[in-house]
Design a protein around this ligand. Structure first.
Ligand code: 9MR
Length: 572
């Protein structure tokens, strides 16, 4: 629970890997080095040393020092780090530290499924709920959803998929990048020879035991939805993807999905959504191939049609103004989506037309594909680069090596920003915007990929230290992942996991990541409670603070990616 006071000694509250980095941040006005002591569960001092004064830390607005106990490698639980009369919360040192987070953070997607009952036998009684949005009253969707007036005159079956976040909207651009991350986590693990950890019967999903890796079963739930969002061949804009489907008006809280009475609306196709579908479906075709060739074929055909439709309609932009009843997910620059989709289609098919689209794109050589602020639903060039860097493909060796160098350079940038900060966060002081935890986790993925490309342990350490940030080594001394750590986020903005509003409803399930600090203060609760906050402290664990404390598929996806990576027993 969050009631406990914040200790001045900020650690990863879950703990540390025996072979991994072990650093903590101490909030103190002292300017001289202090002594740190690591105590085991019996209270015995097992290691000690001197902190390194850091001074003022801009993002947190705090004066801090750093304790480094990385050289201590003995396993156990109940360790405490003590500095200057202050003790951290207890934590573990163990090799299986991330095993449960690996499955819990991935289970988030199953919990978010639309169009299927969430069964108590898989999730426990308090998280079970009836299927949402299958056209059963009072639901008005999603089996036969009309387009918004003036866009089209037909209805479409767009059932299924994942709810985006705390709302009941389903947005192709955000769903696509999240699916890509989920599938990429498996593609990476498989290449590292560790795919079994995400394999069949590794997760509590209804499809377990079907011979297909569970992580792909989960991704398929969303991929099926994304393909249902494709405009039929006989209609105008054939092959494009509708940008989104959500309620006509914002609903109140709490509200279980099956009880949503609002009319549902399909919003007009967009080029960004179409290319997002092309990219995710092309990746699907590649990764599903060994497990289900027929499904891979279906994905590839959807991806090709989407690509062709986007080329024919290259500038249909989703407007920022379209935010009644659902988020806008606006995007008026889609060159990066073209690049990403081309990269996925090329790596999957090897066809020259897609190769040419990759090499002709300005994003192929741009220095801006990776930025300190991470990638996201509007910035997808990095995803294309990651695929081209990680998956063997037919680009000339010089091209591949330049792409790989760009990943490594980006990772170097993250490492140097971390080194300059008291809390070692891979984002700059101006990186605390809506969903900062998602971008921070994305940047950790870039470091993890650099580790895989180079075998250089500094990059793995950077990715693991990012987990430290998310799990409590931060300005608030709070783990942003529900159920992980002594003090963790419990009241994320969600219409069903709304315990704060109705004690008969559950808290978010373990493994749910909060959006995180957002200095924009873009909701009434944040404005009321956080005015004057330092950027990295602009967070409140209140269900009303949707701009700092929502959950979302595009934030849990990088968490799940990282947890799977951190759970692997490897030193680089
Ligand atoms: O994550 C989105 C963030 O980048 C935007 O700034 C914000 C405002 O448009 O919207 C966020 O996405 C929300 C979406 O619009 C609706 N579902 C919940 C999403 C997470 O808060």
């Amino acid at each position: 629970a969050t009631a406990a006071a914040t200790s001045a000694v900020r650690v990863n509250q879950v703990g540390y890997l025996p072979e991994g980095p072990k650093r903590a941040t101490v909030v103190t006005s002292a300017t001289q080095a202090l002594t740190w002591q690591l105590r085991n569960a019996a209270g015995t001092v097992v290691a000690s040393g001197a902190t390194v004064p850091h001074g003022a830390d801009t993002p947190s607005g705090q004066s801090v020092q750093v304790a480094d106990f990385s050289s201590y490698r003995s396993t156990g639980s109940g360790y405490v780090l003590a500095v200057d009369g202050n003790s951290s919360v207890p934590f573990d040192i163990r090799a299986d530290l991330y095993d449960t987070l690996r499955s819990d953070s991935m289970a988030f997607f199953h919990h978010q499924r639309s169009g299927i009952a969430i069964d108590a036998s898989l999730v426990g009684a308090s998280y079970a709920r009836p299927a949402g949005h299958l056209g059963v009253a009072p639901n008005k969707g999603d089996t036969s959803v009309p387009c918004q007036a003036t866009v089209c005159d037909y209805t479409q079956d767009v059932r299924g998929g994942w709810y985006d976040a705390g709302d009941h909207g389903k947005y192709v651009v955000n769903g696509g990048i999240s699916t890509w991350l989920v599938v990429n986590s498996f593609e990476r693990a498989e290449r590292a020879g560790k795919g079994a950890a995400l394999g069949d019967s590794s997760l509590r999903v209804p499809e377990r035991g079907n011979g297909i890796p569970d992580v792909l079963d989960e991704a398929r739930w969303e991929l099926d939805f994304l393909m249902r969002m494709q405009v039929p061949e006989s209609k105008p804009y054939a092959g494009m993807a509708f940008h989104k489907i959500h309620d006509a008006a914002w609903t109140g809280m709490p509200l279980r999905p099956d009880q949503d009475p609002q009319p549902r609306e399909l919003h007009r196709p967009s080029t960004a959504a179409t290319l997002n579908l092309a990219a995710a479906a092309a990746q699907c075709a590649r990764v599903f191939r060994p497990y289900d060739a027929a499904y891979a074929d279906r994905c590839l055909s959807a991806a090709r049609r989407a690509w062709t439709a986007a080329q024919a309609n290259p500038a249909v932009y989703a407007p920022a103004s379209d935010s009644t009843g659902g988020g806008a997910y606006e995007d008026a620059r889609v060159t990066d989506e073209f690049y990403w989709a081309a990269a996925e289609l090329y790596v999957t098919t090897g066809e020259p037309a897609y190769r040419d689209a990759v090499t002709a794109s300005s994003w192929h050589t741009s220095a801006d594909a990776f930025t300190p602020h991470g990638f996201g639903w509007a910035d997808t060039a990095a995803l294309g680069r990651l695929t081209l860097a990680m998956v063997p493909n037919g680009l000339p060796a010089t091209d591949v090596s330049r792409v790989r160098s760009s990943v490594i350079a980006a990772a170097d940038g993250h490492l140097s920003r971390m080194a300059a900060q008291g809390y070692a966060v891979p984002t700059p002081a101006d990186g605390y915007f809506w969903g900062s935890n998602g971008n921070i986790a994305d940047n950790a993925i870039v470091m993890a990929v650099a580790a895989e490309l180079t075998g250089d342990g500094r990059y793995r350490a950077g990715a693991l230290e990012t987990m430290d940030y998310l799990l409590g080594r931060n300005a608030l001394g709070l783990s942003y992942v529900t159920g992980y750590g002594e003090r963790s986020s419990q009241n994320q903005h969600h219409r069903f996991w709304a315990h704060q509003l109705d004690a008969s409803l559950p808290h978010p399930p373990a493994g749910s990541l909060a959006g995180g600090p957002n200095s924009g203060l873009q909701d009434p609760v944040a404005l009321e409670k956080l005015t004057g906050c330092a950027p990295a402290a602009c967070y409140v664990d209140d269900i009303g603070s949707y701009s700092t404390n929502e959950v979302a598929v595009n934030w849990n996806a990088p968490l799940a990616w990282l947890a799977a990576y951190a759970a692997e027993r490897t030193s680089t």
